[in-house]
Write a protein that binds this ligand. Structure first.
Ligand code: NAD
Length: 289
């Protein structure tokens, strides 16, 4: 019997479509004389990966017509100075969204910074109030960008989540934990594995949808994946001069119904979800919803 070819969940192509819709919608508002949506991005220090991410977000905003104001602060910025800037941005009428690029230097208390951002401008969705809205299934909150991007990608490819066994490997604050809440919202049966899970393959093998978000290259091997399942690879690691995910892509794709590539899968969808959240914050602020 001939083997069917795995569907590649193309986050780059879907992002292009969604971003063009966002751009059209913004152009429509501008044609009515409204100001553009405005996103403040705060970067503390010079971590190379963070600089790349902020640069990508800045370019993506510009392309769709979102004004992005990037605050590049030196590494030795104090906790108080950062809170002062956030207070100013919270009060600024023309700033719709605020994003503080994580991780922050160790002398800054990350949780306090996240809590200081107004929940109405919290386009990353990390404020406890927005995490609470995710638990409560309230549509008016902000869903963290990577989980939201994955949800959009699965929906676009007609991959039903309801009633499925979704196994998430990685329980980080940015991806795994909020994603588990979102998948529960979508009526999946959710298992979450992490570094202390005794035998992750016991869980991964029965996943209809397996999502890995650990940053451990090659963690997910073909023997750990169910035949005909969907595999979503969130991991981003640099190995030599290559960017790789958590999944042994070539081996695993032989067994899957659908799989995301790295790069070109979840990464672009995360940025697209940020643009959507920024537009949502703007529309709420401008009374356009
Ligand atoms: P994190 O450090 O907060 O969480 C990592 C999680 O993985 C933890 O729960 C840890 O227990 C678990 N883990 C680590 N090693 C494991 C192992 N051997 N077996 C099982 N579980 C293990 O990281 P994060 O911020 O959630 O990011 C995870 C990965 O996703 C990183 O590679 C990051 O670069 C990537 N990421 C990608 C995007 C994207 O847009 N594609 C967005 C955010 C993060």
């Amino acid at each position: 019997m001939e083997k069917t070819v795995s569907i590649i969940l193309d986050g780059r192509a879907l992002s292009e479509r969604l971003r063009s819709q966002i751009s059209d919608e913004i152009r429509h508002y501008l044609s009515k004389g409204l100001r553009p949506p405005t996103l403040a991005v705060v970067l503390v220090g010079d971590d190379p990966a963070s600089q790349v991410y902020v640069g990508n977000k800045e370019r993506a905003c510009q392309k769709v017509g979102i004004r992005s104001l990037v605050y590049r602060l030196p590494y030795n910025t104090t906790h108080e100075e950062l809170l002062e800037l956030i207070a100013q941005l919270n009060a600024d009428e023309e700033t719709d969204g605020i994003l503080v690029q994580l991780p922050l230097p160790p002398h800054i208390k990350q949780q306090e910074v996240i809590i200081a951002i107004s929940p109405k401008k919290d386009v990353d969705g990390f404020h406890p109030e927005n995490m609470g809205r995710l638990v409560a299934r309230m549509e008016d909150g902000f869903i963290p960008c990577t989980p939201l991007g994955i949800d959009l990608l699965l929906k676009h490819y007609g991959i039903e989540v309801k009633g499925k066994d979704v196994v998430i490997v990685g329980a980080g604050f940015i991806v795994g934990r909020p994603l588990s809440l979102l998948m529960l919202w979508r009526d999946a049966t959710v298992s979450v594995c992490h570094i202390h899970t005794k035998d992750i393959s016991q869980y991964t093998k029965r996943a209809d949808i397996l999502i890995s978000a650990t940053g451990v290259p090659g963690l997910i091997k073909p023997s750990m994946v169910k035949e005909g399942s969907v595999v979503v690879d969130v991991g981003i690691s640099r190995v030599g001069d290559r960017i790789v995910g958590d999944v042994d892509f070539e081996g695993v794709k032989e067994k899957t119904y659908a799989i995301t590539p790295v790069p070109g899968g979840v990464g672009p969808m995360t940025v697209t979800a940020l643009l959507m959240n920024a537009l949502k914050a703007y529309k709420i602020r401008m009374g356009l919803t």
